[in-house]
Design a protein around this ligand. Structure first.
Ligand SMILES: Nc1ncnc2c1ncn2[C@@H]1O[C@H](COP(=O)(O)OP(=O)(O)OP(=O)(O)O)[C@@H](O)[C@H]1O
Ligand SMILES: [Mg+2]
Length: 407
């Protein structure tokens, strides 16, 4: 179906509407089917996403060695055999990058960053009830960055809107069946299943996902009902996400949770499971004003949860400036205001606004998935630099919690 045909489909369904619910249902169907077609065109023929190959320079940077060293290694027959790209350039898949790490780790274990000994699982909740503050963009790029760096990562889409799942190539209403979101593992009734069964691998080797869809919203309905009936199920609502995560603790180094834009029971569950919290802020005065309400409400709710026995021991909490335009005077002022107020709680690095994010988004991709020849080179470089700087700062927070030196 062409884009034009789809548009006609949608407009055809508007006349004559039997009722408003019918009209909306028709529009939903038309949109869903068109999205399905678009996806099939973007990722033919199996409609599955695949991760691109990385140049030898990129692979070297991810591993933390020089390009020259990788070349020597390749010449000496060490590590996996790279593919040859245009001009004989060596290209590595992410699986091969991991293989190289394992090869190098034989003489220096530090090349594999997985946690050891008493280093505990890091669960990072990316939150703010302000819609559009950059939660999904931040959490998806963070999860992918950490996987590229060699950590074992689980990304959880806790938002019924499922934007993170969409970035990973899933169309929530098509690809995610009942009981295939985190709801399946935290629900109160007998249909609850082990989280392990729900987790899916992604095309980023080392990064798994628990996708989301509208079903997650059920938790917001079930919980007040359980509370009203004075039932706990098999554990209090705020402990359910944490409890599910304990069953997969050994499989991961870091869990990244993309929270919904509301302070409901799902978000509270994520905050109780978290060891680290990132609050995303788009630096505009109106957004900051609403954040003040978010902080007040969060603090009130968390104190209730704490008194009820909830675990709220954070290794860190940080504010992250998102979609930042340094040349925008008012934005720079708001950032200055926040830094004065919150000091070191505001991450030094800000996520810059970039068309690379939106251009990649059009193809349901992140900046880490596109390559430098797909968009304007300078735009690409600037975006990658900003993302790596933000994510690198977060990686170092995690390393510090584990008692390691900065990367
Ligand atoms: N650094 C950036 N540069 C350009 N656009 C961005 C950037 N970060 C986010 N955006 C865009 O801003 C919009 C909102 O971002 P995002 O979806 O990450 O916010 P969110 O907080 O998850 O929203 P919601 O509350 O609806 O879940 C998206 O269209 C996204 O592509
Ligand atoms: Mg989102």
């Amino acid at each position: 179906m062409t884009d034009q045909a789809a548009t006609q489909d949608i407009s055809r369904s508007t006349s004559p509407p039997a009722s408003i619910d019918q009209l909306i249902a028709d529009n939903a169907r038309a949109l869903s089917s068109q999205l399905h077609t678009l996806r099939a065109r973007l990722f033919p023929p199996t409609a599955q996403k695949e991760l691109r190959l990385f140049s030898s320079a990129e692979a070297a940077r991810l591993i933390g060695v020089t390009d020259g060293y990788l070349r020597q290694l390749a010449l000496g027959g060490g590590g996996p055999a790279a593919e040859r790209g245009p001009g004989g350039r060596r290209l590595y898949s992410l699986a091969q990058v991991h293989e190289l790490r394992r090869f190098l780790a034989k003489s220096k274990p530090g090349y594999i960053p997985a946690r050891v000994g008493s280093e505990h699982l890091q669960v990072i909740a990316v939150t703010n009830f302000k819609g559009g503050s950059g939660k999904t963009t931040v959490s998806t790029h963070l999860a992918q960055y950490l996987a590229l760096r060699g950590f074992r990562v689980l990304a959880i889409d806790l938002d019924p809107q499922a934007s993170m799942s969409a970035l990973f190539g899933y169309q929530p209403e098509f690809d995610i069946k009942p009981n295939e979101t985190l709801y399946g593992a935290i629900r109160y009734d007998g249909d609850r299943r082990p989280l392990k069964e729900i987790i899916r691998p992604t095309y980023f080797q080392g990064l798994d996902i628990v996708p989301g869809n509208l079903e997650l919203h059920e938790f917001e309905h079930d919980t007040p009902r359980m509370l009203a009936e004075g039932k706990k199920g098999d554990g209090l609502f705020f402990a359910r996400v944490a409890k599910a995560l304990t069953t997969v603790d050994q499989d991961y180094d870091i869990v990244v949770i993309d929270c919904p834009p509301q302070l409901g029971f799902l978000t509270l569950g994520a905050l109780c499971a978290a060891t680290g919290v990132l609050i995303t802020i788009h630096p505009q005065m109106l957004d900051v004003a609403s954040m003040s309400q978010f902080l007040q409400m969060t603090s009130g709710l968390l104190s209730v949860v704490r008194k009820a026995g909830g675990n709220l021991q954070y290794d860190f909490l940080r504010y992250l400036i998102t979609r930042f335009e340094p040349n925008d005077g008012p934005q720079a002022q708001v950032v200055g205001f926040l830094r004065n107020l919150f000091g070191d709680l505001v991450l030094t690095q800000a996520m810059l606004k970039s068309t690379a994010v939106s251009e990649a988004g059009l193809r349901k991709q992140t900046v880490y998935e596109i390559s430098r020849d797909q968009i304007n080179r300078q735009t690409y470089e600037r975006a990658i630099e900003s993302l790596d700087a933000v994510n690198g700062e977060i990686e170092n927070l995690i390393r510090k919690v584990w008692g390691r030196a900065a990367a």
